[in-house]
Write a protein that binds this ligand. Structure first.
Ligand code: GLU
Length: 379
């Protein structure tokens, strides 16, 4: 494994993303369930201690680190006498409520070896959709940092419903990286990096660097294992999300946490976008839930997705769902393909009366574009 993914000196020198990760002042480290728990034994405190060692070393070297730790559900199975990961939401939530307590306690005990205090922060997807919650979470994380404590973040699993879940902690970690303005995101799990196929199913080659989406052509990403929910597909989408926020990402094996966090010379490195999306566009694309959808004709699809112009009522052929001015909605092509998202200016009822009408036909109060170009983002 290490032979495949450790890099030659020359390649190491070339990679700006790796340098940025190794020297980042503020780092978010996500640890997957499979790195901390097993079906039989529950929480593995020996492995957890090794991960805490690597985080502590990075903090002592001068970086601020936020830990996003999965494993609540996995840690709750054995104490409840469950022998496999439950499918139904209620049992998952019961397991998470037992496991989260054990998980937070284990992190707390582990960091005590270094005299370091741990704060638990549980977040819901809703906290990213609402600006006020967002700001509060930001402030709490910032204060923990300034007090020298390490924040251990997880999804607030016991209250999340299927519809509003982040789904996986890779996405949560990327949103947290954006929230705290991190300079690097490190995703640690049981995979040592990105392959162009599933290495368990035959020949697949390791991809050490992803500089742009072209490097992902032909990559087949699978879904999660028995304990976590992530899988490669969710890691890739989290890496894209972080890259949009201007944050480079390292995908590496939890077993190699020490080297991943000190030198960044293992795993797959994803370069950040050269130009960050504005905070508003980032929020529209990734953080806010869409409240409805507008179906567009071909001309309007071209105007918003290619020409990057504002959306006018004339190009809208359908309105879905009930929403208010200021909500985020999906923009769909006539074949219902998602093309963009944006902040709509009008309520759904108001908008229904405007469909297909050109601006000159509309009353004075409806002269504003339906979605302004600054509030539109292609997906
Ligand atoms: N929040 C879930 C847990 O702690 C993990 C979600 C995931 O697997 O990414 O068990």
């Amino acid at each position: 494994m290490t032979q495949v993914n450790s890099l030659g000196a020359q390649e190491r020198e070339l990679s700006e993303a790796r340098q940025a990760i190794a020297s980042a002042r503020s780092v978010v480290v996500k640890i997957g369930s499979s790195a901390l728990t097993s079906l039989k034994g529950g929480l593995d405190t020996v492995r957890l201690d090794r991960l805490a060692d690597a985080v502590e070393a990075r903090m002592r070297a001068g970086s601020d680190v936020v830990v996003v730790s999965s494993g609540a559900i996995g840690a709750g199975l054995a104490p409840l006498g469950l022998t496999r990961r439950p499918r139904d939401l209620a049992t998952k939530q019961a397991a998470a409520s037992v496991g989260q307590l054990a998980l937070a306690h284990a992190w707390g005990t582990s960091f005590t070896r270094y005299g370091r205090t741990v704060g638990q922060v549980l977040l819901s997807a809703d906290d990213f959709a609402r600006r006020e919650h967002h700001r509060n979470a930001q402030r709490t994380l910032d204060r923990l940092r300034s007090l020298g404590a390490v924040a251990v973040v997880n999804e607030n699993d016991t209250v999340a419903t299927e519809e509003i879940r982040f789904g996986d902690n890779d996405r949560l970690a990327a949103l947290v990286a954006h929230l705290v303005g991190a300079d690097a995101l490190v995703l640690l799990s049981d995979v040592e990096g990105l392959y162009d196929g599933d290495p368990r199913k035959g020949a697949a080659s390791f991809i050490p660097e992803v500089r742009s989406s072209a490097d992902l052509d032909g990559v087949i990403a699978g879904s999660g294992g028995v304990l976590g929910t992530g899988g490669m597909a969710s890691k890739l989408s989290a890496a894209r999300l972080a890259a949009d926020a201007g944050v480079p990402v390292l995908l590496a094996a939890a077993e190699q946490a020490g080297i991943a966090l000190s030198e960044g010379t293992v795993g797959t490195a994803f370069a950040a976008r050269a130009t960050r999306l504005s905070a508003r566009k980032f929020w529209v694309r990734h953080a806010a839930d869409s409240r409805g959808a507008l179906v567009l004709d071909d001309g309007a699809v071209h105007a918003v997705a290619v020409a990057r112009r504002s959306l006018l009522a004339a190009g809208i052929i359908g309105v879905r769902g009930r929403f208010h001015g200021g909500d985020v909605v999906d923009l769909l092509a006539a074949d219902h393909r998602l093309v963009a998202r944006g902040v709509v200016e009008y309520d759904s009822t108001e908008l229904s009366t405007m469909l297909g009408r050109s601006t000159t036909e509309l009353p004075d109060t409806m002269q504003r574009p339906v979605i302004h170009a600054d509030d539109l983002v292609k997906v």
